[in-house]
Design a protein around this ligand. Structure first.
Ligand SMILES: [Fe+2]
Length: 451
C-alpha cells in the first residue's frame, strides 16, 4: 500500500471537535474559518466521483476546532441505499448533485459547487445540508464550472454554462454577490464544445481557454460517463476565446499550443497584451490519470502540469507560450481578493517533487512570476492539498500572510492543518486531526467567526 493511499480511502466519521492538538503555534490573528470541499466516500472509479464532504477548521485565539459532514444530496442517498451513482468517470444515469468541488459564499449563503448546474446550500454552523439553492432566472445549462470568479473590477461574480443542442453554446453571465441575481453577458456558439474546468477574467475581458479536449454530447446523452465522452484532438490546439465583458462580443479567438489544464491561475492585461497563466500538461492524461486504480498503481511518473503563460499580443493570431518554472504545479492559488484579474507576483500550489516523483502531489510550492524563483515545503510521505492564502491584517506585501493546507501524513494515516509563512514556506504550526481527511479539491477562508 502506498503511503498516500489513505487520501483515497473513505472517511465514514462525522465529527465535531472543540480543540485540536497544536504543534508549533497557530497565529492568534487568524479569526474565522477555512471551509474545504472534496470527495470522502469512494466506490473505486474516478477520484472526482467520491461523495462530497464539507470540512470546517475554525480559528479563535490560536485554538483550532474541526467539524465535517457529508452533503446529503440525491447522489448521497443513492449511494448509501446501494442503488448506485454516476458522475465524472462512471456511466449510467447522471445527476444527483454530488457537489464535491468547491465552495462559494454569496451574502450569508454557503454553496457547494460542481460542474453540473445544481448548487447545494449548507449551513456553515453545523454543516447540515439545506438543499438546492434556487435561482429565479433561466440561464440554460447542462454544465457549468465550479470556478466562478469574483470580478474585483466590478464586484460581480462571473461564470459560464455550457448548453448542448443543435448548436452548442457557452453562456457567460454575471451574478450579484448579494442577491444572486444573474444576468447574461454574452453567448458563444461552438461546433465542438470543450471541457473547461475553469476560465479567466481580466479588467475588460472574460477568456475561455478551450483546450483541445472535446465533449461529445451524443455520447453523454447515450449514457457514457463524462470522462469517456471526451475526445483529444491535439491538432486543434488551444483556443483562447476573448469576450468583452461590457458588450458580450467575442473580440478575438487566439490560437495557442495544445495541452490540457484544469486550472487557470490568473490573467491580466499588461499594456496591450493579455496574459493568461494556467497549470497545463501536454496531453489529456490528467483525466485518466485520476482514476483511483491509476493513482494507486505501481507505475509512477504521471505527467504533472506546469506553470505556463500564454501571451496574447494585438494583431497576432497565435499566443506565445512560456514555461515559468521547471517545477510542477496544480490546485493553484493567489492572493485572490487583491490580485485576481490584475498583474501579480506570487502563485502557490501543490506540486510533485522532481527528486521523488509520485502519482499525487507531495509538496507545496510558491512561484515568483517575475523571476521564476520557487520555494518548496516538503516532508517525506506527507501529501498536501490546495494552499489557501490568508493575509495578515494590515499587511502591505502581496505575500504578507499565511498559507493553510490540509496535509495527509501518509505514515500515520492521519491529516493535519498546516500553517506556513507565505513568504518563505516555513512552518508556523499545525493542528492535528485524529483521522485522515481524503484528498479534496477547493475551499475558502472566511473572516466570519465560527466559534
Ligand atoms: Fe478545480
Amino acid at each position: 500500500m502506498k503511503p498516500f493511499q489513505m487520501g483515497l480511502t473513505t472517511l465514514e466519521q462525522e465529527v465535531n471537535l472543540e480543540a485540536l492538538p497544536v504543534r508549533g503555534r497557530i497565529p492568534s490573528w487568524l479569526s474565522g474559518a477555512l471551509f474545504r470541499n472534496g470527495p470522502a466516500h469512494f466506490q473505486g472509479g474516478h477520484w472526482f466521483d467520491g461523495l462530497a464532504m464539507i470540512h470546517k477548521f475554525s480559528f479563535k485565539a490560536g485554538v483550532v476546532s474541526y467539524a465535517n459532514r457529508f452533503l446529503r444530496t440525491e447522489a448521497y442517498r443513492r449511494v448509501m441505499s446501494g442503488s448506485g451513482s454516476s458522475g465524472f468517470g462512471t456511466g449510467g444515469a447522471r445527476g444527483g448533485n454530488n457537489a464535491n468541488v468547491s465552495i462559494l459564499k454569496i451574502d450569508h449563503h454557503f454553496l457547494a459547487l460542481t460542474e453540473s448546474p445544481g448548487v447545494v446550500e449548507f449551513d456553515p454552523a453545523d454543516l447540515s445540508t439545506k438543499g438546492l439553492f434556487p435561482f429565479d432566472d433561466e440561464i440554460p445549462a447542462h454544465m457549468t464550472t465550479a470556478h466562478p470568479h469574483l470580478d474585483i473590477h466590478t464586484g460581480q461574480i462571473i461564470n459560464f454554462t455550457v448548453q448542448f443542442g443543435k448548436t452548442n453554446q457557452y453562456h457567460v453571465y454575471t451574478m450579484d454577490p448579494v442577491t444572486a441575481k444573474r444576468r447574461l453577458i454574452g453567448s458563444v456558439e461552438t461546433h465542438e464544445p470543450t471541457y473547461m474546468h475553469s476560465f479567466a477574467v481580466t479588467q475588460r475581458y472574460v477568456i475561455l481557454v478551450e483546450f483541445p479536449l472535446l465533449i461529445q454530447a451524443a455520447m453523454l446523452a447515450g449514457g457514457h460517463s463524462f470522462a469517456d465522452s471526451l475526445a483529444w484532438k491535439a491538432e486543434r490546439g488551444t483556443r483562447l476565446v476573448v469576450m468583452n465583458k461590457a458588450t458580450g462580443n467575442v473580440e478575438r479567438i487566439v490560437q495557442g499550443e495544445a495541452g490540457f489544464g484544469y486550472h487557470v491561475i490568473n490573467a491580466f492585461e499588461k499594456g496591450s497584451d493579455i496574459i493568461v497563466d494556467v497549470c497545463m500538461s501536454g496531453s489529456a492524461a490528467a483525466i485518466t490519470n485520476l482514476y483511483i486504480d491509476q493513482m494507486t498503481s505501481e507505475a509512477e511518473g504521471q505527467s504533472h502540469p506546469k506553470f505556463k503563460r500564454f501571451i496574447l499580443s494585438p494583431g497576432q493570431p497565435d499566443a506565445r507560450c512560456e514555461v515559468l518554472s521547471p517545477e510542477t504545479m496544480e490546485l493553484p492559488s493567489i492572493y485572490y481578493k487583491q490580485c485576481n484579474g490584475r498583474d501579480y507576483r506570487y502563485a502557490y500550489g501543490i506540486s510533485t517533487s522532481s527528486a521523488r516523483p509520485e502519482n499525487v502531489s507531495n509538496q507545496l510550492i510558491k512561484i515568483d512570476t517575475a523571476t521564476g524563483q520557487a520555494w518548496i515545503w516538503h516532508e517525506e510521505d506527507n501529501y498536501p492539498g490546495e494552499p489557501v492564502f490568508v493575509p495578515t491584517p494590515g499587511a502591505i506585501e502581496e505575500d504578507g500572510g499565511v498559507l493553510l493546507s490540509v496535509v495527509l501524513d501518509g505514515l500515520q494515516g492521519k491529516s493535519y492543518l498546516l500553517v506556513l509563512d507565505a513568504k518563505n514556506l516555513e512552518e508556523i504550526g499545525r493542528a492535528e486531526v485524529p483521522h485522515h481527511i481524503p484528498f479534496g479539491f477547493h475551499g475558502i477562508y472566511t473572516d466570519e467567526r465560527m466559534i
